[in-house]
Design a protein around this ligand. Structure first.
Ligand SMILES: Cc1cc2nc3c(=O)[nH]c(=O)nc-3n(C[C@H](O)[C@H](O)[C@H](O)COP(=O)(O)OP(=O)(O)OC[C@H]3O[C@@H](n4cnc5c(N)ncnc54)[C@H](O)[C@@H]3O)c2cc1C
Length: 407
């Protein structure tokens, strides 16, 4: 496994927990990735992804309690004007599940992954290490600089969107740049969030507020109400906002959020990411398979990027564990093709849906505004359509079992 990010690290734990000898190499030093203090970043982990974290033994080791998302409210608006009265409200009870998903602090997931990776006897971790990979017909040789040379049957590229292994294999990608920057931070607010998540579509991009459980160091003087902010802005505007002081930055958040949560104040660090969507034309090559952002990167509009990566990891783990039980070759082209067949439709559908949502909502065209308000009202009135959205938000794929199983 090359890359011990959330996808590679979790997949490595899942395989090693099933007794499959696994080595994971990351170019970054893992312990410092555990930011010692609350760092403001968090992931929305869909209910469907939780299964992987549980089976990998990671969920129980989370540093802070994961915060359940019980309701999701979607509104369309303009900066400085009230949101359209046509709003969508998703209630977890409509899906008969305990929650849509959970908000998990990035730091908490990192600490849990590191603890679990080092506790599994079948897992060997080389971190802050450089690996050279040579792929041959029957096997691959991974030379860890200053460490061992590992002979293996399959190399998993989990190196994120710039994946050097994907490039070296000559796998082409389609890349869609967005002239947008994702701003991520955490806020405290006066009134409780009641586990409600908010997605507010604005002409410059979506603004999401996601409920968090307050961790002791997030509270800074006792504030118990904490939310994560994932906010998309035109890059030029984002550059200006990101350099403002805390008071001005908090005021920009309040302008977008409205006043329903009372006074808001930014806490922890601000993070920013240039946004783009990417899709690899193939998910495998000789003795190589791509997972997570190395295979696909999507717009964060629906908080589903990592969830797709976790679904890749679940599909690949199922195939590899089954192959190991049969004594079959884990790097056989047919197995890797089956993995691609299982995952590509779901990943492409989500990439297309998030791209379309961003294009439909991130503008101030009056006709499109009317169309989307009608769309919001229609979804609200059509329970089957609404259930479809709920299902997808929970990470339970839309595609039928047969289409998704790729047999
Ligand atoms: C603003 C924003 C908000 C988001 N919010 C959410 C959310 O709420 N929910 C959600 O599901 N998704 C979200 N995402 C998407 C999510 O962050 C990514 O999908 C996820 O981080 C991908 O994980 P990964 O493990 O595939 O890659 P990465 O997180 O990029 O990890 C890659 C790992 O590989 C290592 N690496 C890289 N190159 C090498 C190399 N050559 N050799 C060895 N190691 C290497 C890196 O050090 C790193 O540890 C968001 C994204 C953005 C931009």
């Amino acid at each position: 496994m090359v890359g011990a990010g959330p996808v590679g690290g979790t997949l490595a734990c899942r395989l090693a927990a099933a007794g499959i000898a696994t080595a994971v190499v990351d170019r970054a030093p893992l312990p410092p990735m555990e930011h010692p203090a609350f760092d403001g970043r968090a992931y929305a982990i869909a209910t469907g992804s939780q299964r992987l974290l549980v089976e990998s033994g990671v969920w129980d080791r989370l540093l802070e309690p994961a915060c359940p998302i019980l309701d999701i409210r979607v509104t369309d608006g303009c900066l400085g004007r009230p949101a359209s009265s046509l709003c969508l409200h998703f209630d977890h009870a409509e899906a008969a599940e305990a929650a849509f998903g959970h908000m998990v602090e990035a730091r908490s997931l990192r600490v849990a992954l590191n603890a679990r990776m080092h506790a599994l006897p079948a897992l060997h971790v080389f971190a802050h290490a450089h690996a050279t990979v040579e792929r041959r017909d029957a096997d691959a040789v991974v030379a860890v600089a200053g460490g061992p040379t590992i002979n293996c049957r399959l190399v998993v590229a989990a190196e994120g969107r710039n994946s050097p292994l994907r490039r070296a294999a000559g796998i082409p990608v389609t890349y869609l740049p967005y002239d947008q920057t994702g701003i991520v931070c955490a806020i405290t607010h006066q009134h409780p969030h009641n586990n409600v998540a908010l997605e507010h579509f604005l002409p410059s991009g979506p603004f999401a507020r996601l409920p968090m459980c307050a961790s002791p160091d997030a509270q800074e003087g006792g504030a118990a109400n904490v939310s994560a902010i994932v906010w998309t802005e035109r890059s030029a505007v984002a550059r200006r906002i990101l350099t403002s002081d805390d008071a001005a930055f908090s005021a920009e958040i309040a302008r977008r959020l409205g006043d329903h949560l009372g006074i808001v104040r930014v806490i922890g660090r601000r993070w920013h990411y240039p946004l783009g969507a990417l899709h690899a034309h193939r998910y495998f090559d000789r003795r190589l398979v791509l997972v997570g952002d190395a295979a696909h990167t999507i717009h964060p509009i629906a908080g589903q990027g990592l969830n797709l990566g976790f679904r890749d990891a679940m599909a690949l783990a199922d195939l590899l564990i089954e192959a190991s039980e049969r004594g079959a070759d884990p790097g056989a082209p047919e197995l890797l093709r089956r993995y691609q067949r299982r995952r590509r439709p779901d990943n492409l559908l989500m990439l297309a849906a998030t791209d379309a949502l961003d294009r439909l909502f991130s503008n101030d065209n009056q006709l499109l505004r009317l169309a989307r308000d009608i769309g919001i009202a229609a979804v609200h009135r059509l329970p089957p359509l609404k259930r479809l959205f709920v299902h997808q938000a929970m990470g339970l794929p839309l595609l039928s079992r047969g289409a998704n199983s790729g047999q």
